[in-house]
Write a protein that binds this ligand. Sequence first.
Ligand code: GDP
Length: 524
Amino acid sequence: MSTQDIQRRRTFAIISHPDAGKTTLTEKLLLFGRAIQLAGTVKGRKSDRHATSDWLELEKQRGISVTSSVMQFPHKDAIVNLLDTPGHADFSEDTYRTLTAVDSALMVIDAAKGVEERTIKLMEVCRLRDTPIMTFVNKLDREGRDPMELLDEVEEVLKIRCAPVTWPLGMGKQFRGVYHLREQRVHLYSATHGGRIQAGEVIEGLDNPRLDELFGSEAEQFREELELIREAGHDFDHDAYLRGELTPVYFGSAINNFGVQELLDDFVDYAPAPLPRPAQERRVEPTEEKLTGFVFKIQANMDPQHHDRVAFMRICSGGYRPGMKLHHVRTGKDVKISNAITFMASDREQADEAWAGDIIGLHNHGTIQIGDTFTEGEALKFTGVPNFAPELFRRVVLKDPLRAKALTKGLEQLCEEGASQLFKPLLGNELIVGAVGVLQFDVVAYRLKTEYKVDCRFEPVNVSTARWVHCEDEKKLAEFKRRNEANLAIDGAGSLTYLAPTRVNLQLAEERWPEVAFTATREH
Ligand code: GDP
């Protein structure tokens, strides 16, 4: 049975620029998956358009909850896993790592705005692994840009061929519906009220007189336009989609629940089942009998009372059963896992099983790091989960010196999540936090206060960039350490890091120590 269970998994994430409609679409997908009954249940992490303080408040309201990180629901014969990614650009690292745990992605584009900056960045990340992409052009109920022009832009800017599967009939006030090019039927647009699923009338065939009856002379116009689309020859090619070279495109209006059914139906048919994953030693096939998986995300304080932390593991092969023993490859220890969290959205009980493609949450007491591999005994290391060198650095200043221990503990736990990184310089007692986005410092200070009762602030520090350092030659490394003690620190994972006050300083150090490798990403 397990092969069948694995083949029906579809694990994906939505990529988009803030405001394109990711949250709205997520909610509608859950609605179709019967995972929620009514719209308005999914609270987005409202991001760029809010001030930081608002954002933090909203984040709190939304709850730092496990359940919204992974949403699992059945559709047709498939089990769909939708992985949430944070919208704010300052959390992009988290998003990049989540994209290593999916098999495909869904790109949402605002019909009025076209291809936007965050979408370009996220597509670059998907490119690294040739992730198959489906596209949903959203907000057709508003005046937007010419659909043909939008597809040209996607092809040109994102360097991916487009194959429209549905095509919009009009837009804005004149939005009539979508035409399914393969199935040759028109799905009439009807705005929804109250967020329930509602299907508009379906008209079979473009020649159907019902179209003339409804739209008069417009019907003829649609026929001509669709003739042009067909002649333009953007045929859907499943293999090209699976190779990441072509994206099927759907049009609709997420907020009106329109065009979403077509998208989801095709998604479960076309999107890849769990794919093989590269490990350092070999390639791992999803249908292998034994469980393997890697941790792509850690979240602290799901329950602030207990400082519990959850490590999210993507299962790459085999299946999970409660009580099974897993081998934690980095530490060499075996652990019995009896209470992993699973994510069936409608029923949040501890599930009895999970298969390759699924995500499970492991309770972490500080031993698990992002990037760690778990197996049933094999020494295996999955590759490709990156850790980026931070670009901003601050010194932590504690307001109450008696809270020093709590501060270190809080920082260690929050930095395990990977969005910010903790550095302990070899000299002195200072703690330095590095991040990719400035919002991280506010988040860390806020969470230290609310989750660890530690009041602190962040001050500028004379560090402009960090590099992880390695050297095969132990004698050389010892000499390097002795001569550069003032610039060296240990990061949260115990790795040696060079904190450079300026770019020039870094360059000089690299020239002076050719035997030492300085790297800007650390493979977890
Ligand atoms: P996110 O930032 O990508 O998660 O975007 P949201 O889902 O929060 O949507 C951003 C805004 O666009 C919200 O005000 C939504 O109500 C609105 N929106 C989403 N989908 C549609 C749509 O299909 N039509 C219209 N007119 N507005 C939409």
